[in-house]
Design a protein around this ligand. Structure first.
Ligand SMILES: Nc1ncnc2c1ncn2[C@@H]1O[C@H](COP(=O)(O)OP(=O)(O)OP(=O)(O)O)[C@@H](O)[C@H]1O
Ligand SMILES: [Mg+2]
Length: 380
């Protein structure tokens, strides 16, 4: 699977941009603040159906403009297809967005994101390890939704139920409809159990992948990864058992939940542990160890998607490998290359790029991109 042609209009500082790609490895070189990350964000929106950087998607429209779009032509085997995302400013605060497959509007995000899987590597990935639990939940949910198409809608429904239930707790006692409270509780349990179960399944699949990747790229002891759920006493990993355990957990938390007035257990409070040599990486690992593991977590996502879906994800790398030594960068790139298309944004033409065959060079300047030769780049 690869992208042949990209057209972008008014996306952040990219006024009007066209990029044709025939190479497997596309290197985008540019000084700071020229639009490299914006280009990767635009590309990634074709993989996600939304901006990964902001929940305020109106921010992605170029200042002073009223609409933006990104379209891509893809090739998968003999098949050609197109994906498009367009944002229209309705007024100061709201926008309308449309996502299209082969020109036809798609209502369900899950259908859209199945088409062209992409994995983005950025320095933000460090937060998966050293950040708050929400960063780890996002990581595992994104991978899970690539494998189970119902996961996105389950997450959305769960969020609504959770909001409703938490509001319900905050109502004065006399206004609390007990029947409604029971409906919330049952829905929380049924959807929440499925979310946890799916995450656990994905965790089990990526563990051996992480082991394999970590030892072949970095060597040494591999960090351990373990899902930690707030649902207690899970006996078997079946939906019935999970629901029973969730019910029991909420029963035990009943008075505490009424006292604290919010939902104390469920996938929204779960996390996963990353341990190296038996110690929490978040508290004890070195920067190098955190960096290595964050890259491996993302790479495991690439492997997971290709193993489970048969689609080779497109890989986007936003200048986040600079701190590694040359040996590790080369091993990492060797691992990725040949099988999949890569877009790599960088401020400098490092020497390790020169060894790569089939590389297409582009220069990014003030939101405009031009193909260019290696020798022209070296002269800059
Ligand atoms: N909605 C927007 N409209 C116009 N310009 C924007 C918008 N959002 C961001 N920008 C600008 O786009 C410019 C390029 O940003 P980008 O993050 O792509 O730079 P970059 O090439 O990745 O630089 P760096 O090497 O520093 O990471 C920035 O100056 C930023 O302020
Ligand atoms: Mg950048």
């Amino acid at each position: 699977m690869f992208i042949k042609e990209i057209k972008i209009s008014n996306f952040r500082n990219l006024k009007s941009l066209e990029l044709l790609s025939n190479g497997d490895f596309n290197l985008i070189v540019g000084k700071n603040a020229q639009g490299k990350s914006n280009l990767l964000e635009a590309l990634y929106s074709l993989g996600l159906g939304r901006s990964y950087r902001t929940n305020r998607e109106e921010d992605t429209i170029k200042f002073q403009e009223s609409n933006a779009f990104v379209t891509g032509k893809f090739q998968h085997g003999q098949n050609e297809f197109s994906l498009a995302v367009a944002w229209d400013r309705k007024n100061r605060r709201s926008i309308t967005k449309s996502i299209r497959y082969n020109g036809n509007p798609i209502q369900k995000l899950s259908e859209f994101i199945e088409k062209a899987p992409m994995i983005l590597f950025t320095t933000d990935d460090l937060e998966i390890i050293r950040g708050e639990p929400v960063n780890r939940r996002k990581y595992i949910d994104l991978l899970t939704s690539r494998i189970y198409s119902t996961h996105i809608s389950n997450l959305r429904s769960y969020r609504k139920i959770l909001e409703g239930r938490n509001k319900w707790f905050k109502l004065p006692h006399s206004n609390r409809d007990r029947h409604l409270g029971e409906i919330y509780r049952q829905k929380l349990i049924s959807i929440g159990s499925e979310i946890i179960l799916r995450r656990l399944e994905v965790m089990e699949i990526i563990k051996p992948i992480i082991d394999r990747l970590y030892s072949s790229i970095f060597g040494g002891e591999t960090p351990e990864i373990r899902y930690r759920t707030t649902v207690k006493n899970i006996r078997k990993k079946t939906i019935e058992d999970m629901q029973e355990a969730f019910t029991g957990t909420l029963d035990n938390l009943r008075s505490n939940e009424f006292y604290r007035k919010f939902t104390l257990a469920g996938p929204h409070r779960d996390d996963f542990d990353l341990r190296l040599r038996g110690k929490s990486m978040r508290s004890f690992a070195s920067m190098g160890e955190i960096r290595s593991m964050s890259v491996i977590l993302k790479l495991a996502g690439v492997e997971l998607i290709s193993e489970k879906t048969g689609l080779e994800p497109i890989v986007l790398i936003d200048d986040c490998l600079n701190e590694f030594d040359r040996e590790h960068i080369e091993k990492f790139l060797d691992f990725l290359m040949g099988k999949r298309q890569i877009f790599y944004a960088t401020t400098e033409l490092h020497s390790y790029f020169k060894k790569i065959q089939d590389i297409s060079f582009f220069i990014m300047e003030k939101g405009e991109i031009k193909p260019c030769s290696q020798s022209a780049l070296e002269k800059l």
